[in-house]
Design a protein around this ligand. Sequence first.
Ligand SMILES: Cc1cc2nc3c(=O)[nH]c(=O)nc-3n(C[C@H](O)[C@H](O)[C@H](O)COP(=O)(O)OP(=O)(O)OC[C@H]3O[C@@H](n4cnc5c(N)ncnc54)[C@H](O)[C@@H]3O)c2cc1C
Length: 327
Amino acid sequence: MKAEYSTRKIAVIGAGITGVSCAHRLALDGFRPTIFEKSRGLGGRLATRRLEGGLSMDHGAQYVTARSELFKDAVAGSVVAGAAAVWHPKVDESAIAGSDQWIVGAPGMNALVKPLAGGIDTRFTDTVSAIERESAGWRVRTTNDAVGQIFDVVVCTAPPPQTRSLLASHHDFGEQLAGVAIAPCWALMMVFPKPLDIAFEVALPKGGAIAWMARNSSKPSRTEGKEAWVVHASPEWSEKHLECEKESVADMLLAEFRAAAGSTLPEIETLVAHRWRYALTTKPLGKPFLRSVDSTLFAGGDWCLGARVECGFESGRAIADAIVGGP
Ligand SMILES: Cc1cc2nc3c(=O)[nH]c(=O)nc-3n(C[C@H](O)[C@H](O)[C@H](O)COP(=O)(O)OP(=O)(O)OC[C@H]3O[C@@H](n4cnc5c(N)ncnc54)[C@H](O)[C@@H]3O)c2cc1C
């Protein structure tokens, strides 16, 4: 039974934590899934950006927390593999301290998914452009293969609006996705020639333009020796300035950072803004994934369960469990 199922061809769209955790679980059970990823690397919003001059910064997810035993095990595996470490930043006292350990990828957040992705056929810079139903299965067309290939099962892990545009014409996915909401986030990356005179390494200001600011260089395994900071704007501010030019957003957020830091800043070496159009889930689906009645088409992601990396992991695993369990 297992051997028969494991010959089924499975396409996974997206190499973020959801897609990779799904593909990893499938591979453990003898399947040989193919991941299609539109960007150049692994991780999705578990993102690390290499800036001019070679410095890397985490401009998406800042740290992960693990609450389920499964995710704790996966994170522990990454720590053992040297791909993750515990981060103990000095948090501004006005921030609410939780009891969770903060785990970061090493040397960057995207490293967290690497131990799960080993050996899996992953096609980078290959965007899935259409999924069509045929008698033999699902035809998956991509930017590198307009004719496409036929797969028995397709798993889509793109953020909700992108999943909607790929899958809305199939089953009732469009309707079910209508209730899911995801907020944008403008991120600012800054590099300074010398350490800033700021008492904290992380702050979560309330009610203003900035929702998060962190000394990226205080994370373990950031060996470049530069003073690097990341700022995330609040969802409200990000929404209001969503269509602004990157340069003007960078200037506005720098001014906000200057005020919030309460310190005179030295000249900046690097200043880069990045827009996350789909960043943080504000209204999740409320169940771990969507599937077609014949269990050949699945959609999942953090947006199913919440706004955290662990939610994506859980969704990916649950999809794989459903596929392994058979139709
Ligand atoms: C600014 C920011 C800060 C955050 N902070 C935290 C935090 O501190 N802690 C935390 O736990 N979580 C945080 N999160 C949330 C966390 O990043 C997400 O929950 C998680 O990474 C989502 O993973 P995913 O695999 O579901 O989606 P994604 O990571 O978005 O992966 C989807 C992948 O699909 C690819 N894709 C999309 N369309 C196509 C297509 N047509 N063809 C091929 N590939 C496609 C994308 O390129 C992407 O790689 C943050 C997110 C952001 C943006």
